[in-house]
Write a protein that binds this ligand. Structure first.
Ligand SMILES: Nc1nc2c(c(=O)[nH]1)N[C@H]1C(S)=C(S)[C@@H](COP(=O)(O)OP(=O)(O)OC[C@H]3O[C@@H](n4cnc5c(N)ncnc54)[C@H](O)[C@@H]3O)O[C@H]1N2
Ligand code: MOO
Length: 419
């Protein structure tokens, strides 16, 4: 499995259905899900280096967990159940501890000292908690009833040997590492990290911290997109700022295609005189100008540059983030070998009023206060402060046209998008 590389993407993978003027968000998402696939190779990695990696194959338990029946408490073990009432049992010499099993068979009617995690020796089926026992000389006294199997854990009760514990496409969490370790997996096949090139376009852009002249603005999208990619578990490749000059942009695209698996650009995505991203992709013959029934984020240019998918995000920072979260995030996940996931939202009462055109999905910057969804004061797509003010997005459904305070609306926390 090591070193296997998947095939390149087909040239028409971003083509939208013919005859649909404004494509609904869900149709566009279905298309991405169906037409994209992993583009990254596979390597074996130690569990200690596997956090955040994407499983390239189902993880199968090498052994049951727990591997044998064992005690859930510190106490005394014996065979069978005991009825209600007082009981006295003679104590067997020795004990069973985790990792140090009792070497023998416990005769019926006798009790043995057992500690938490100890494999149950033959003859022990039930354990009584030490707090419920009076210890005498060579015997214990306690009260029933106790069911057979009380305070014990069955072999394989968590996972059976041979069971699939995690599916291919899973991005590993700290809890997943515990699960894999518990079933004996010390090495796992993981996808190589997806490399995502990020570049900003526009003559007006200046690096934050530098001196900006009149008419110039600081590049806000690049730090946002680079850190987003990092958060999503991919490897960001910073290709800097590119002026509105087609030769330089072409050279930067060539570099991006050589150094990365996917290219994210911002700015120049629509069809104006200086919209060089879409112009270049169009000239390369593999460009789709998506017309998605979505606000913000109408102009989204998708294409392939030397076989590498390009997401031409709109320049307005709010649209750039929304398009990244709604489209680029799931697409990059699939390219990285992850399984498709829909960000989990919560229906909560609106703390705002809004009218909108039906037939178009809208995402507003939002946060939850006192159980109600608040939205940012402005819907302006250049208002970066609102992105930072928000703690998530509220998704206003395609067909909604009038939201009144108290109506249920879907709030999707940034965390559900992986931020
Ligand atoms: N005639 C039309 N004009 C526009 C339309 C339209 O449909 N018809 N759509 C508007 C919408 S909606 C958006 S969004 C923008 C997207 O245009 P571009 O992707 O071509 O982006 P630019 O024109 O290059 O920039 C838009 C805006 O964003 C600022 N910007 C760009 N990059 C950055 C950055 N890295 N950091 C911060 N801000 C950035 C740029 O200065 C512009 O103000 O088009 C509308 N126009
Ligand atoms: O993409 Mo524009 O508003 O839709 O910012």
């Amino acid at each position: 499995m090591t070193g296997i590389e998947p095939p390149p993407l087909r040239n028409d993978c971003f083509a939208l259905p013919a005859g649909v003027e404004w494509t609904p968000v869900d149709t566009a998402l279905d298309m991405l899900r169906d037409r994209l696939g992993p583009v990254t190779g596979v390597e074996m990695r130690l569990l200690s280096q596997a956090l955040g990696g994407v499983l390239a194959a189902d993880a199968v338990a090498l052994r049951s967990s727990p591997p044998q029946a064992n005690s859930a408490v510190d106490g005394y073990g014996f065979a069978g159940a005991v009825p209600e009432g007082a009981h006295v049992m003679p104590l067997e010499e020795g004990r069973a501890a985790a990792g140090v099993p009792f070497d023998g068979v416990l005769p019926a009617g006798r009790a043995l000292r057992v500690l938490t995690g100890a494999a149950l020796p033959e003859g022990v089926e039930t354990v009584i908690l030490e707090e419920d026992v009076t210890l005498g000389t060579g015997e214990i006294a306690f009260r029933g009833p106790l069911k057979r199997g009380a305070n014990t854990r069955k072999a394989g009760e968590d996972v059976a040997e041979g069971a699939v514990v995690l599916p291919a496409g899973r991005r590993l969490t700290p809890a997943d590492l515990a699960l894999l370790a518990s079933v004996g997996l010390g090495v796992v096949p993981l996808r190589r990290q997806l490399r995502v090139a990020v570049l900003s376009t526009g003559d007006e852009l200046v690096e934050p911290g530098e001196t900006a002249g009149p008419g110039q603005i600081f590049d806000a999208n690049r730090p946002m997109l680079l850190s987003l990619i990092h958060r999503l578990g991919h490897a960001p490749v910073d290709l800097g700022r590119v002026p509105d000059d087609r030769t330089t942009l072409r050279a930067t695209f060539d570099r991006a295609a050589a150094e990365a698996d996917v290219i994210l650009t911002s700015g120049g995505a629509s069809a104006g005189d200086e919209d060089h991203v879409s112009a270049l992709l169009r000239a390369a013959g593999a460009m789709q100008q998506w017309r998605i029934a979505l606000k913000p984020g109408r102009p989204l240019a998708l294409g392939l540059w030397q076989g590498k998918p390009v997401f031409g995000l709109p320049g307005n920072p709010v649209a750039a983030l929304v398009c990244s979260l709604v489209f680029a995030r799931p697409a990059m996940a699939v390219l990285a070998g992850e399984s498709w996931s829909v960000p989990q939202g919560y229906d909560l009462p609106a703390g705002f009023e809004k009218r909108k055109k039906p037939g178009r999905r809208e995402y507003l910057r939002a946060r939850v206060r006192d159980g109600r969804v608040e939205v940012f004061a402005s819907e302006g797509s250049g208002r970066v402060s609102g992105l930072s003010w928000a703690e998530g997005l509220v998704e206003i459904g395609d067909d909604a046209c009038h939201i009144r305070p108290g109506d249920p609306v879907r709030f999707i926390p940034y965390g559900s998008f992986g931020l």
